[in-house]
Design a protein around this ligand. Structure first.
Ligand code: F6P
Length: 531
């Protein structure tokens, strides 16, 4: 179904035209209950998340019409299908069952007649057991020394999620080991990490769902050789754990079963942080932090499943993003976290959203008839204020923004933390209401934002925050009508990289490429060995 041909879509578009004639200042003046009715609190165990949508350019009519769009797009049925293991990723003939990874133990989720929960719980227990053994020194390197460093080797979903969780939890909890991340196929990156580690006391967690990603395999080889030089080739397996859908490939390089952590083809890479992909953080922060993070994700899953659509945080967030992108034509969205511990959150959401919904055809292969995923970008406040916020306040493009803040600081610098949060709130005010002075100093205001506050940055709230975005991306995908769980657009680049590599290593210039790339290859070959 093309959503843009439905009466629900036309009604919402009409509201978009009306809203464009009004301002946030007017909308607040007209409705004293606006801040109340357009915000939602979601309880996350003892913690809470508060989401304020009231500074978005919507009124009650607009919200109602967007909920009608979500209904028309079948969001509820599709959500239930996803949770139940129905094939929702048509081009790869797979369910998308990241929610099963944090489902309560008594749940049963069937894929092809098999309850996957048994395996999920077995691997979850294996992750916890292995991590606790490393932490306690029961699992050591080949020379019997306790592991001091863990290097996570992975890219995309096998890197961004673990990095985000590591940075976020480090703010309140001291990691039991030094943690490093290697992702890029840039030898300078891996070599600089190795300079900081001792091979005898280093454990490598190689995360690759496919076990075929060039970057990860290349980095894995460099690190394995470095360990081998120190402890001997036959002992490398004591320093290497693998997380993959293909455990047999890990077994074929000599790893024992305890060091191999299965994941499943029904978990998308960018949705995999609740799987064994999080192993590095379970080692760093312990199994109880992991279990708490899963429980926070579960809280958001339950909210998404049970809250009425008009009070459902991922649904509202999803349809408001569609409103901004597809109805009001906002091409990008900024993500600004007022917590340095969340400095990688924008990169995490960037992959989640752009790889999921950056699509030009619908799930059944027809051209989409509306703009799909916005470009997602961002960073950390207050740094953002001294870099690019100028454009958000006075530039010619309207850039909706998500602001994320934390109420309780893990340090005792309460006054400084107050200043941080005051800056967050002030930015949303300035964007929404602006000011009027001379032309250079005037801020037009009426620029939309959503504010998400966490009571504290704990494993639980972090899990809930991640699940909030996962589900809001899903809701947008339902409305866009795309398959949010494949990523065919990245394949051509991988194939061409192999072909260009062959051209670079060929002794003489070979044909078969365009003139620009041929020239680049030639220039590179002339200069690469000159330094
Ligand atoms: O190239 C894109 C991608 O497939 C992402 O979707 C994924 O997160 C990343 O590469 C890493 O893939 P893998 O975990 O299979 O190495």
């Amino acid at each position: 179904m093309d959503i843009t041909t439905t009466p629900a879509w036309s009604a919402a578009l009409k509201n978009a035209a009306t809203i464009s004639q009004t301002t946030l200042k007017d909308l607040f003046a007209q409705n004293s209950a606006r801040a109340e009715s357009l915000s939602i609190e979601v309880l996350v165990g003892r913690d809470a998340m508060f989401i304020d949508f009231s500074k978005q350019n919507v009124d009650d009519h607009a919200v109602q019409s967007l909920i009608a769009v979500a209904e028309q797009a079948g969001v509820e049925q599709k959500r239930n299908d996803m949770f139940e293991g129905v094939v929702v990723n048509g081009t790869e003939h797979q369910p998308a069952l990241h929610t099963a990874l944090r489902a309560p133990e008594e749940t049963s989720v069937n894929v092809n007649g098999v309850d996957v929960m048994e395996e999920v719980l077995r691997v979850r227990a294996q992750v916890n057991e292995f991590a606790e053994s490393v932490r306690a020194g029961r699992i050591t390197g080949a020379t019997g020394k306790k592991f001091q460093s863990v290097i996570n080797v992975g890219i995309g979903g096998s890197d961004l999620g673990p990095t985000l969780v590591y940075e976020a939890l480090s703010s309140s909890c001291t990691p039991a080991v030094q943690v490093h991340f290697v992702s890029n196929i840039d030898p300078a990156e891996v070599r600089s990490v190795l300079r900081e580690c001792n091979p005898e006391t280093t454990l490598v967690v190689l995360c690759s769902k496919s076990f075929s990603t060039a970057e990860t395999l290349s980095n894995g080889r460099i690190i394995a050789d470095w360990i081998s030089d120190s402890v001997g080739a036959t002992n490398v397996s004591k320093h290497l754990a693998v997380v993959s859908v293909f455990p047999e490939k890990a077994a074929s390089v000599g790893l024992a079963a305890d060091y191999i952590f299965p994941m499943w083809s029904w978990v998308g890479g960018r949705y995999s942080i609740s799987s064994a992909v999080n192993l590095v953080n379970v080692i760093a922060f312990g199994s109880s932090a992991y279990n708490d993070m899963l429980s926070g994700m579960r809280s958001m899953d339950e909210h998404f499943m049970t809250a009425p659509l008009q009070r459902n945080a991922p649904v509202l967030m999803g349809v408001l993003n569609v409103w901004n992108r597809s109805m009001l034509g906002r091409e990008t969205r900024a993500m600004i976290a007022y917590a340095s511990a969340l400095k990688s959150f924008a990169s995490y959401v960037q992959q989640l959203e752009m790889e999921s919904n950056g699509k030009r055809v619908t799930a059944d292969g027809n051209p989409v008839s509306l703009p799909t995923s916005p470009i997602v970008w961002g960073g950390v406040g207050t740094n953002a204020q001294h870099a690019y916020m100028q454009l958000l306040h006075q530039g010619t493009s309207v850039v909706p923004a998500d602001f994320i803040g934390v109420a309780a600081t893990p340090t005792h610098d309460d006054e400084v933390h107050d200043a941080l949060v005051a800056n967050l709130f002030a930015q949303t005010q300035a964007l929404a209401f602006g000011n009027e002075t001379d032309p250079h100093r005037t801020l037009p205001g009426n620029r939309p934002s959503t504010t998400i506050m966490l009571s504290s940055l704990s494993p639980r709230t972090l899990g809930a925050l991640i699940a909030l975005y996962e589900h809001s991306v899903f809701v947008q995908g339902c409305v866009f009508g795309v398959n949010s769980f494949d990523q065919w657009g990245v394949e051509l680049g991988k194939k061409l990289a192999n072909e260009v590599s062959a051209q670079i290593t060929a002794p003489s210039q070979s044909g078969g490429t365009d003139a620009s790339t041929a020239k680049l290859v030639q220039w590179y070959k002339t200069h690469r060995s000159n330094t």
